[in-house]
Design a protein around this ligand. Structure first.
Ligand SMILES: Cc1cc2nc3c(=O)[nH]c(=O)nc-3n(C[C@H](O)[C@H](O)[C@H](O)COP(=O)(O)OP(=O)(O)OC[C@H]3O[C@@H](n4cnc5c(N)ncnc54)[C@H](O)[C@@H]3O)c2cc1C
Length: 596
């Protein structure tokens, strides 16, 4: 069975030595009391929960899956999931970064980010039950009426109830403008909702006493397309005025999807039959309200792959040190044994270091973005709030797509380290690959993320957000440019920054001529900008590691080696990506559809 050790040292390195999180957070009135010891203690306990409570359920949950009782429409999660969730609730974990007004602990989102990384490493399928609840909490917190907040937020905060997001319908996934579910206004101010939803994660289960569905549907007079979509909150059990559970509502699970991975999470077909709901936000502005949840979920999906990359790496390293096969080409390295451990072979090291560099780079980018989110939500300086908002908007599609593409590569490489044993269920490695694959698809496919980045976030504002982020990089390059020891990191970072600027201008010009040029270049472009972000954070981490390498702490030595690997073996991929992005539309569209 796979093992998991929470990467607390690396999280502390980022918190205290790279991001200076305590000092940054203390500037915000809401977090003025935060201190490093509290943050470390929270992460240590969260790591213990992940490693001891949910990790042992990962393999068995995958083998068992969820079961639906078609007569009652009730779904049972795999054995142990319910008890683990009860422990999670009892420990107060759902409340970690929630608003104290609704019973939350008000701690930084940065800590929530780290906790969720560890939970995802331990058991992605289980983690989706509380993960989606947090998204529902955020959407209602931002757009709910006082009554809705009073009814739902305390229970979502405590974890007594969980949440879902019900967007997808059989004929509409990416293009939500096509959705057909209908909401009829009632005399009492509620709505009766009818329709069918598919692929709803955690749509039905036995972990919590109530499930709060956030449902997209159309009002009778709604305009066509995405401008006619409204958001409703539809609880599984209606809620009485005193907060107790009332009648069973008309929203049922009619089927469970049989799928490639995340078997422990119930992916539900949902039927709404005169389900009673209340409107969230304004009529026909549902997509805007839902975007709060979708953006949180996009960062959450990147975090899922970060977690899987880390745990796959840890297990592949342990295996590579233990498994003996063949001798090193340069002669025996373990002459006392009949063969050398496979970690002596260069390509095995390449696979391990790829996963490690992606995990540590992804962690730095994700934790940085979480800190910007904390600032965005808690600063009283309007300019700072806007800057943080812009940066989070820019980085969200990159985290979603770059980290999940990397997670797929990394989990697959780690499975490869196990040879044939990686393909066998018991080692747990093939499960990581299967679980990682969905992360590139849901919450907007990675193609859609790349269109969002290049089309909306970059070209949509004439590159303003990208320029701001680029300025941050340029300042760092300027500061470190004179340090001889930093040249190996600074030069390629500065070079890639220039190339991204040129590529962006070139694509902007092409898009003027034909908007399809954006679609032809966007996926490659996102990967190039993803590398720019990683190169920046790897250079920042290398700087600290260089300063501390005399300390004798092997952590810094390993960090420097991983940084050098990243710049030598992974970053150069950008040269090819820039060429393919430039190759443009013609090679894709020249062939007549009939010839496919
Ligand atoms: C396990 C699982 C869990 C899920 N959980 C949820 C959930 O909790 N709630 C929920 O509402 N949904 C959920 N989904 C649905 C998921 O978000 C959608 O599957 C996803 O958004 C893609 O939609 P689709 O499957 O309809 O694909 P389509 O939209 O049909 O896309 C098909 C292909 O066309 C591409 N494509 C589409 N438009 C464009 C374009 N303009 N340019 C280029 N390429 C394009 C896509 O990238 C994709 O490759 C889940 C799905 C799965 C499988």
């Amino acid at each position: 069975m796979p093992q998991y050790t929470p990467p607390l040292r690396d999280m502390q390195f980022l918190l205290h030595e790279v991001l200076n999180a305590t000092e940054e957070l203390k500037l915000l009135p809401k977090h003025a009391e935060i201190d490093a010891d509290t943050m470390n203690a929270v992460l240590e306990e969260a790591g213990k929960f992940a490693a001891e409570v949910t990790a042992p359920l990962n393999l068995s949950g995958d083998a068992e899956g969820c079961t639906l009782d078609k007569a009652t429409h009730e779904v049972k999660a795999p054995q142990g999931f319910k008890e683990a969730y009860a422990q999670y609730v009892e420990g107060g974990w759902p409340a970690l970064s929630c608003d104290p007004e609704y019973g939350g602990q008000g701690l930084p989102i940065l800590l929530n980010q780290c906790m969720y990384e560890m939970l995802n490493s331990a058991n992605q399928a289980w983690t989706m039950y509380p993960g989606l609840s947090h998204g529902a909490y955020e959407a209602l917190h931002a757009h709910g009426t006082d009554e809705q907040k009073k009814t739902y937020l305390p229970k979502l905060t405590s974890g007594q109830w969980t949440g879902t997001m019900c967007l997808t319908e059989p004929h509409c996934g990416t293009d939500l403008g096509l959705l057909r579910s209908k909401a009829e206004p009632q005399a009492d101010g509620t709505y009766k909702i009818n329709g069918q939803k598919i692929f709803i994660s955690a749509g039905e289960h036995d972990l919590a006493e109530n499930i709060v569905h956030l449902v997209l549907a159309r009002l009778p007079d709604a305009p066509q397309g995405s401008k006619g979509i409204s958001l409703f909150v539809v609880p599984k059990f209606l809620v009485n005025a005193d907060g107790s559970l009332g009648q069973r509502n008309g929203i049922f699970c009619s089927g469970l999807e049989h799928k490639m991975g995340i078997h422990g999470n119930a992916t539900c077909q949902m039927v709404l039959e005169d389900a009673v709901g209340t409107l969230v936000g304004e009529p026909n502005k549902g997509l805007m309200a839902m975007f709060v949840m979708m953006n949180a979920a996009r960062l959450g999906v990147g975090n899922q792959s970060l977690g899987l990359t880390e745990v796959a790496y840890q297990n592949a390293v342990a295996y590579a040190k233990d498994r003996i096969q063949m001798r090193a080409l340069s002669g025996p390295k373990a002459p006392d044994k009949p063969a050398d451990p496979i970690i002596v072979h260069p390509d095995v090291r390449k696979m391990l270091l790829t996963a490690r560099a992606y995990a540590e780079g992804g962690r730095a980018l994700s934790m940085y973005t979480a800190l910007q989110l904390d600032k965005m939500l808690a600063t009283d300086d309007e300019d700072e709030r806007k800057d943080c908002e812009g940066e989070v908007a820019l980085l969200t599609p990159i985290i979603k797509a770059f980290l999940t593409d990397n997670g797929w590569t990394a989990t697959s490489a780690c499975m490869q380290v196990f040879g044939g044993h990686g393909y066998i269920h018991e080692t747990g490695m093939e499960q990581y690959v299967r679980d990682a694959r969905i992360n590139m698809i849901y919450e907007g496919t990675n193609t859609v993320q790349s269109l969002d980045l290049l089309g909306r976030k970059v070209l949509g504002d004439n590159g303003a957000k990208l320029k701001k982020f680029g300025k941050r990089i340029a300042e760092f390059v300027e500061e470190e440019g004179t340090d001889e020891a930093m040249q190996e990191f600074i030069n390629p970072l500065a070079d890639l920054g220039d190339k991204v600027t040129k590529l962006t201008q070139e694509l902007g010009m092409k898009a003027f001529g034909n908007a399809d040029e954006v679609g032809a270049a966007a996926v490659d472009y996102l990967r190039v900008v993803g590398h720019l972000c990683f190169a920046y954070f790897w250079a920042r981490m290398a700087k600290v590691a260089l300063q501390k390498q005399g300390s004798g702490d092997a952590f810094y030595t390993a960090k420097l080696h991983t940084a050098r690997f990243y710049f030598a073996k992974l970053l150069p991929e950008t040269a090819t990506l820039i060429r393919t992005a430039r190759a443009g539309l013609a090679p894709l569209m020249a062939m007549d559809e009939a010839l496919f």
